[in-house]
Ligand binder design. Sequence first.
Ligand code: DAH
Length: 347
Amino acid sequence: MFEKVEELTKEIKASVAESQEELERYRLRFIARKGELASLFQQLKDVPNERKREFGQAVNEIKKLAQDRFKELINGLENNQNNRQASDLDLTLPAEDPIGAIHPITATRNRIIEIFKRIGFNVSDGPEIEDDWHNFTALNFPPNHPAREMQDTFFIEKDPDMVLRTHTSNVQIRLMQSQKPPFRSIMPGRVFRNEAISARAHCIFHQVEGLYVAENVSFKDLKETLYYFAKEMFGKDTDIRFRPSYFPFTEPSAEMDISCDLLKPGTCKLCGGTKNICKGTGWVEILGCGMVDPNVLESCGIDSQKYTGFAFGMGIERIAMLKYQIKDLRLFTENDIRFLGQFKTEV
Ligand code: DAH
């Protein structure tokens, strides 16, 4: 029996585990309740009395040895695996399934920019925190004029008044002040209004402004430019119509609609047949536009006798909602992966 203990001691010391299976085999043999060591304990009763103590000690020692060795084998196996994983890891391999996608607002903005770039527009930028003059006064909104009520504004400082810009039209002014005509530019950006958040409105949203100032620019140029845009954005069959409107900085002013019943007459393409966007009229408003008011040109030091221009402004959310048939504006900012994951093809 003592020989058996010696023999097992040697085996335990010499044991190795290069895989989980080998480790498990070791465990079953030396640690488990029905293993070989457990049977040594059972043999204690057959040992003559005078050697019981000695044998008991030997068995306890080998039990401790087996447990220590088990821990060593576990550690050894883990280290081995870590080393192997580290060396198998090739950081230069391309990711298998890229996580993430271009946000639909960014994708729509990029698409708008791309379309206007093709017809000679460049891109301009301006501040989101703006003084009252650039956001309102220079755009022909006189102080205390009721037209200011059109845009419920976040004032962040009084006297002089500083606001979170309510539209991207401020960039028109900055552009006209800093450059000489002719210019043709689009101005994407974030804008802010004191609106309650709902499926159709948000206090933070995005616009793209457009401005073309040169000699002899007419409403005909405005129409053709926006017609081209509508077809490129929504498809070749898209029709447009203009409705008279009012903006302080343009005269005349208009709102532009695109047709909704394009591919299948009688159904609304944009509404997906539900008519809940065009309300059954077959037309959906997408932007405001007009000829730049001479007062605006003059307030930027541009000779309104020599130059004329057109301007337009559209909400990017609105374009994206129509293009992708998104029913609720809040989805754009909620970061729900189930929503964002649907735009993967835009990467
Ligand atoms: N700034 C207007 C708004 O936010 C949109 C707009 C309308 C911009 C007509 C223009 C324009 O440049 O000509 O409601």
